[in-house]
Design a protein around this ligand. Sequence first.
Ligand SMILES: CC(C)(COP(=O)(O)OP(=O)(O)OC[C@H]1O[C@@H](n2cnc3c(N)ncnc32)[C@H](O)[C@@H]1OP(=O)(O)O)[C@@H](O)C(=O)NCCC(=O)NCCS
Length: 145
Amino acid sequence: MADAALIAAHRRAMFASMGGFEDSVLDEVRRSSQPWTARLIKEGKYLGWITADEGRPIASAGMLILDWPPHPLDPTGETRAYLLNVFVEPDYRRRGLARSLLELCLFEARRRNIRVVSLHASREGASLYAQLGFKTSNEMLFRNS
Ligand SMILES: CC(C)(COP(=O)(O)OP(=O)(O)OC[C@H]1O[C@@H](n2cnc3c(N)ncnc32)[C@H](O)[C@@H]1OP(=O)(O)O)[C@@H](O)C(=O)NCCC(=O)NCCS
């Protein structure tokens, strides 16, 4: 739970890297994300991995464990995993850090017998996810105004 502040900061930095969001919105996301993340960690529904260089955190990734009904892709499963907050500090990119973090997430999902893992890909992350075996899905999204 003590990592919730770092995770919230990485979440903000991830959206900032993607571009197109106002700073005030990103600040609000960061503020609201910290208690949310701490709560989900406490409930055992948020798992995360942090990579550090000489003690300084420089990358992280998270995985939410979601209640999900049985589905043809996993006819007896009751949970799915959702990968989020994948972020690597700019100076540390293209060295395989995100891949390692994602492999840890996928390993943990397999260890828990979770068969379906989803995420929303940024433009920068899409090719890495494809390399790891993720396929584009048929999700549609509606936002109340
Ligand atoms: C997307 C992101 C997480 C990738 O992190 P990363 O640590 O650079 O990722 P990796 O090094 O594992 O892989 C990235 C690319 O570098 C390549 N690579 C890995 N190791 C390499 C090395 N030693 N030398 C050169 N290239 C390398 C990978 O093959 C991959 O190639 P790609 O361009 O085909 O995708 C990072 O750019 C980031 O934080 N971006 C901003 C936030 C974001 O978009 N997050 C994802 C949200 S879904």
